[in-house]
Design a protein around this ligand. Sequence first.
Ligand SMILES: [Zn+2]
Ligand SMILES: [Zn+2]
Length: 257
Amino acid sequence: MFVDVHCHLSFPEFDHDREKVIERLTEEQVTVLIDPGINVPTSKKSIELAREYDFIFANVGLHPHEASSHVKESIFEELEALAKSPKVVAIGEIGLDYHYPDYNRQAQQDAFRQMLRVARTLDMAVVIHCRDAWEDMLQILTEESHSAMRGVMHCFSGDSGIAKECIRKGFKLSIPGTVTYKNSQLPEVIRNVSLADLLTETDAPYLSPVPFRGKRNEPSFVPLVTANIALIRGIPIPEAAKGIAQNTFELFRLSAP
Ligand SMILES: [Zn+2]
Ligand SMILES: [Zn+2]
């Protein structure tokens, strides 16, 4: 069994062939899929999709790109209410993205803190998007942290030192298809942490793994990520898949099928 803990299957990129994509992922034995929201409308779509399929779960979130200008207070109330819907298993994606210099960092930080507080109120895991912002990310997590903080660094892009820091704070590292790219530092990270700290994702429709790079990504490609982790750690693929599925069930408090 394989798991895709971060896949935007409810995005419009899949509107014309979603059923076929779901058929393919079932054939590839992907048995859990988590669909994150990036704002109010997409969080609603995630919840709707999760309602239709047993193996799909939703996240309710506010992506840092959506928080680059001031966000109305009512949005946080709306997201908190949505997060109480059936099959919502985490708050996400939320976080910081400093990749482009014109992003409003202060607005992102404010929204991120607000969403962490929503997660704390509801006692839910968080799914974090962090790009080129590790120092501020770790600082805010320290300031906003509490004993029950748990979650995922989705599409993990840090080095081994940052990986260890995230794990110490109660986070798991979700490995995307970029692990198959030649210059990736993920193999080193994967060797330096425990299997219990790892999850797998596609972040589809983005970031296709080799040999599909440049094409639309889809959840049936997630076994390639698991196979890479198995290869890097020198263990059989079923052992890696089983361990990663177990990590997923524990973190998101899903009941095993
Ligand atoms: Zn993201
Ligand atoms: Zn995403």
